[in-house]
Ligand binder design. Structure first.
Ligand code: PRX
Length: 645
């Protein structure tokens, strides 16, 4: 926590779309009359058939239903491309910066139109029709954006899978949304290293029972790949032969736009479903106001399109606003730890949006690599993905932004589609470490464990009392799971899974997940996923995974592992288990600590007491609470004695 307050600079109050008075006025309107407020805001996108209904939402137990603008029709690709062509066809839509610093290119809106149309025609020729799902497993290359927009153009539903996921994880996500089409690349390139995407895709397709009919392959590195005749198609060859024009499908506001899998407390990752109209209105509006985007600005979000941040704030939000959005293929430390700042100078970036984990790791490299660059173009800095600690916030503000740029800490989730709690740079005084205040139309509440709504300064769990247009509509194929996961803990309210504190000024301080989700370097993982991977190893009898504070990653993965009878824990086995999980899920899930434990603390009914395991991993030995209900309290002493790290 930090007590510091940074007031809005006077030039910001003047130049920004929203100043403090306007924020207050618009926020009050948005809460008092959401229908009227959102009807006006929704005109920011083009509608084919205008809507007459605005909000039709219910969080009621047994009847969770979320619809916005439900009788309107539109097309997301038309809004992100075609409507800009007349006035801004020659404006750069995407600046692509390659992994190799000598590689970059500018793609105009006209070029984006042609590329997306050609690909849309290729997809149609492969048999993709309206409502079909297309899985996209690509590196950070322009083709990833083309693929998303080509799907949107013809009314197909995309499901982007992060290129760092393993074949098994990809297979699960292909099956999870019954995808028959896959778009991938020969290889990805990150930090000078090749990622075998096509080989992973081949393994995944095989694993998913050959459900996939066609695999479209982008040539990125030219590396050798296996080829399945009749199934695999080279992207460049197909696109070159396709027509450069393709009409936009007329989509209902509530037709699905995409599915994105995300981890929860239990079970396999779920397919978060977002629809077209409300999502686009919300992504576009938040992008404009939160980053105070003005025409001509160069905007860079460092996320990967495999995550929701890439969907809303690399592709849909910026492009709907006719912005210039930078897409970066590489990593912050290659070829040197100055890379981010060099890219900012090279492309004269004005608005920069990254994650606390990147800030912390670059902070560890000292000020010199930052100070070696100018960064004079920067005007605004933003953060997302996990709580930003005040030290990292201050460093970002002082060293990266030279105390000229507001730091906008944006809190949101895959499920929320867009930013919900955030400062507006011309309106909100900043407190390092706080995501500050709700965006328009957002009604946060803090509740205690019994669901009692707390008033004033307080801490508890964060819920949202009403819907906003960007909200997810359902878990793909499992509406009951949607209702159960988000609306059953506090009936009538959306439960975020986050804990939070509200201070006397009404500012929100998100403290992190209160469920069995951990946030590793801004990547969300279910502890259950890592556990089921560990127990699949033949030498493992039982596993329990918890998060613990980690200086760079925010949270690290601490795995308690009980081995099969007669198996001895060793360094070799430890390394083998880490490699096992890495291969099974992906590098982001690699456990940081493997603690061989002869026994886990369990209740007499056999339930693992995770609360105790969490406290031991956090080294909070005095805060273990009541352990008298354990079947064998001596287990706890043993775990404490052998706590690793
Ligand atoms: O715990 C919160 C944390 O990330 C979770 C959502 O993760 P995901 O769906 O992967 O989306 C990440 C990008 C939007 C939240 O439940 N989180 C995200 N942003 C912040 C944050 N925690 C604190 N402050 C933030 N700004």
């Amino acid at each position: 926590m930090s007590d510091k307050i940074y007031p809005v600079a006077s030039d910001w109050a003047k130049r920004a779309y929203i100043d403090a008075a306007k924020y207050k006025e618009m926020y009050a309107e948005s809460i008092a009359d959401p229908d009227r407020f959102w009807a006006a805001q929704a005109r920011r996108i083009d509608w084919i058939k205008p809507f007459t209904k605005v909000k039709n939402t219910s969080f009621a137990p047994g009847n969770v239903s979320i619809k916005w603008f439900e009788d309107g029709t539109t097309n997301a690709a038309q809004n992100c491309i075609d409507r800009h062509l007349a006035e801004a066809g020659d404006r750069t839509a995407i600046i692509w910066e390659g992994d190799d610093p000598t590689q970059s290119k500018h793609i105009t809106y006209k070029e984006l139109h042609e590329q997306v149309c050609r690909l849309a025609n290729v997809l149609k020729a492969l048999g993709v029709s309206k409502g079909d799902t297309v899985t996209i497993y690509l590196p950070m290359i322009p083709e990833a954006a083309y693929a998303m927009l080509a799907c949107a153009r013809i009314g197909a539903v995309h499901s982007v899978v992060f290129g760092g996921f393993s074949p098994d994880s990809l297979a699960g996500r292909i099956e999870g949304c019954q995808s028959k089409f896959l778009i991938t690349a020969d290889e990805g390139l990150r930090g000078g290293r090749k990622v075998p995407l096509k080989a992973n895709a081949d393994a995944a397709v095989k694993k998913s029972g050959d459900r996939v009919q066609s695999v479209l392959v982008v040539r990125r590195t030219g590396g050798a790949v296996d080829w399945v005749e009749g199934r695999d198609v080279w992207y460049d060859e197909a696109v070159a032969k396709a027509a450069p024009d393709c009409p936009c499908a007329e989509m209902n506001a509530e037709d699905p736009l995409f599915i994105l899998f995300t981890s929860g407390s239990t079970g396999a990752p779920k397919g978060v479903l977002h629809t077209t109209g409300g999502y686009l209105v919300y992504a576009s509006m938040t992008h404009q106001y939160v980053f105070d985007y003005h025409e001509g600005d160069v905007y860079w979000c460092t996320a990967d399109v495999g995550w929701v941040t890439g969907h809303s704030y690399i592709v849909y939000g910026p492009l709907a606003n006719g912005a210039t959005t930078l897409m970066f293929e590489g990593v912050p430390s290659y070829p040197s730890v100055s890379r981010f700042w060099e890219v900012i100078d090279k492309h004269k970036v004005n608005i920069f949006y990254t994650a606390p984990t990147a800030i912390r790791s670059l902070m560890g490299a000292g000020d010199a690599p930052v100070k070696a660059t100018s960064r004079a173009s920067l005007r605004l800095l933003a953060s997302v993905g996990e709580p930003i600690n005040p030290e990292a916030w201050e460093w970002y503000y002082r060293v990266v932004g030279d105390q000229r740029c507001p730091v906008v800490d944006t809190w949101w989730q895959t499920e929320t589609g867009g930013i919900l709690i955030t400062p507006l740079p011309g309106a909100t005084a900043l407190k390092p470490g706080s995501a500050t205040l709700p965006f328009f139309g957002v009604k946060p509440e803090v509740v205690d464990a019994n669901g009692v709504v707390l008033e004033g300064a307080c801490s508890g769990n964060l819920v949202l009392a009403d819907s906003w247009p960007g909200q997810m509509r359902t878990v793909y194929g499992d509406h009951a799971r949607f209702a159960q996961t988000y609306f059953s803990a506090y009936p009538g309210k959306y439960f975020t899974g986050d804990g939070c504190r509200r201070d006397a000024d009404g500012y929100y301080w998100i403290t992190g997940r209160v469920d069995d989700v951990i946030n590793v370097s801004g990547h969300r993982l279910g502890t259950a996923e890592v556990e089921s991977s560990l127990v699949a190893h033949e030498m493992v009898s039982e596993a329990a995974v918890v998060g613990y504070p980690h200086d760079i990653k925010g949270q690290g993965i601490y795995a308690y592992v009980t081995l099969m009878n007669g198996v001895e824990g060793s360094e070799t086995l430890r390394a083998e288990l880490v490699a096992w999980v890495r291969k099974d899920i992906g590098p982001i899930a690699s456990p940081d600590v493997i603690h061989f434990a002869p026994g886990l603390p369990k209740t007499r009914s056999g339930k693992i007491m995770r609360r105790i395991l969490r406290k031991i991993a956090e080294q909070e030995f005095s805060a273990l609470g009541d352990i008298s209900t354990l079947a064998d309290p001596a287990v706890v002493d043993d775990l404490i004695r052998n706590r690793i790290g």
